[in-house]
Write a new protein. Structure first.
Length: 394
């Protein structure tokens, strides 16, 4: 069956590149993937896969039922949304929507998902089990998985597979990560409240800007001295606003940040740890504060059995030289983790890097991909799906 999957994927390659370029040219923001969803549903319907639109607001589900007695459902999740970035690639099929770009590879993800549906639909008569394709919106704002789950996308699902492009891995290769793949990602909002005064008489005021700077510095120093260095934490304050004039001491400063962690216990304790430091610094200088900590998404913890299954499928279909075992997780976040609260699953890295020219990172306005990666992703996922029904016990 593997040779048949490889043959079908290779035959479909020109069509898949055409699909990817269409999606790349028409990027849509999170929660606004209306045209993309319609296009995806049309491709699914054209290859005989039942398509359901409007799942998770702007998501699409495709369903393919096997002909044998295995009643289990395997889900394959890919995401569709783009980013608010002005593309600077000069590609012929560059974004036609000003200020929007597929700079995180979701056009590749969507195309791979469609490719797997196209391949497996041609093998439907021999398909051992059921496949549910989840074309998810709004991954970039970490909401789409929740929306899809709320609309029943994970009902009866027994396992789930996912894929994400990686520009540091060459096209034609994949990366497998056992255990933690991505970090938990939370948001914080802090308002430091002082007392306004004249810039020439700081002793008569409580300088919220200065105190906010002390909070930031203390938090960064405290990570290295009070957090277990074997359980990394990254805290980034990405936005600061405050003050009204250069000669007026600010009485309010607003800080917005992101907090990333890998270890579940550390993740659980972070809100109280941060507030304790904020409270102590503000109290020392006579300020007060308002603090909001918002849980985002947990980290992706790849299931051991399914990770081994994908690794096996990749080795058989791509060869040892094209399969990397990744030694480290990423502190990036992925709402694929939300699905793992409902069924075991695993996500692998799809190499999209070029071997003959520089590779720009994800979210860069000049981000490009080696399009040969599409067939690599299709073959890996389709082979893993087939292997799932052959090897994973119900």
């Amino acid at each position: 069956m593997l040779s048949r999957i490889q043959e079908l994927a290779a035959t479909l390659a020109p069509r898949l590149i055409e699909i990817r370029r269409h999606i790349h040219s028409h990027p849509e923001l999170s929660g606004q993937e209306y045209q993309t969803a319609t296009y995806v549903a049309g491709v699914l319907a054209s290859c005989g896969v039942r398509a359901i639109e409007g799942v998770g607001k702007t998501g699409v589900i495709g369903e393919l039922k096997g002909k044998n007695n295995d009643s289990r459902w395997l889900a394959i999740r890919t995401d569709m949304d783009a980013l608010p970035i002005q593309e600077r690639t000069n590609l012929e099929f560059a974004s036609k929507n000003p200020g929007l770009m597929h700079a995180c590879g979701h056009d590749i993800h969507t195309t791979v998902g469609l490719g797997v549906a196209m391949v497996l639909s041609q093998l439907e008569e021999k398909l051992p089990g059921n496949v549910r394709f989840l074309f998810q919106p709004a991954e970039e704002i970490a909401q789409g998985a929740r929306w899809m789950i709320a609309d029943g996308a994970m009902q009866d699902v027994d396992g789930i597979l996912g894929v994400h492009v990686f520009p540091t891995i060459p096209g034609g290769e994949v990366g497998i990560r056992h255990g933690a793949l991505t970090a938990a990602a939370d948001d914080l909002e802090l308002i430091v409240i002082g007392e306004s005064g004249h810039g020439a008489r700081p002793h008569e005021a409580i300088d919220a800007i200065w105190i906010a700077s002390q909070v930031i510095t203390t938090l960064q120093q405290a990570i290295s001295r009070t957090q277990n260095p074997l359980r990394p934490v990254v805290l980034t304050i990405g936005q600061i606003s405050g003050g009204r004039a250069p000669n007026v001491i600010a009485d309010r400063v607003k800080l917005l940040g992101t907090v990333r962690s890998l270890h579940p216990e550390t993740h659980e304790n972070l809100p109280a740890w941060i507030e304790n430091i904020v409270s102590n610094v503000c109290q020392a200088y006579g300020a007060s504060y308002e603090y909001t900590y918002k849980r985002g998404v947990p980290g992706v913890q790849n299931d051991p059995k399914l990770t081994q299954l994908v690794e096996s499928a990749a080795l058989e279909s791509l060869g040892r030289s094209n399969v990397q075992i990744l030694p480290e997780p990423s502190l990036g976040a992925e709402d694929f983790s939300m699905y793992l609260e409902h069924a075991p699953g695993t996500m692998f890295r799809l190499g999209v890097g070029f071997k003959d020219k520089p590779n720009h990172p994800l979210h860069h306005p000049q981000f490009e991909v080696d399009e040969s990666s599409i067939v690599t992703g299709v073959v890996t996922l389709a082979a893993a799906a087939w292997k799932y029904w052959e090897t994973v016990e119900s």
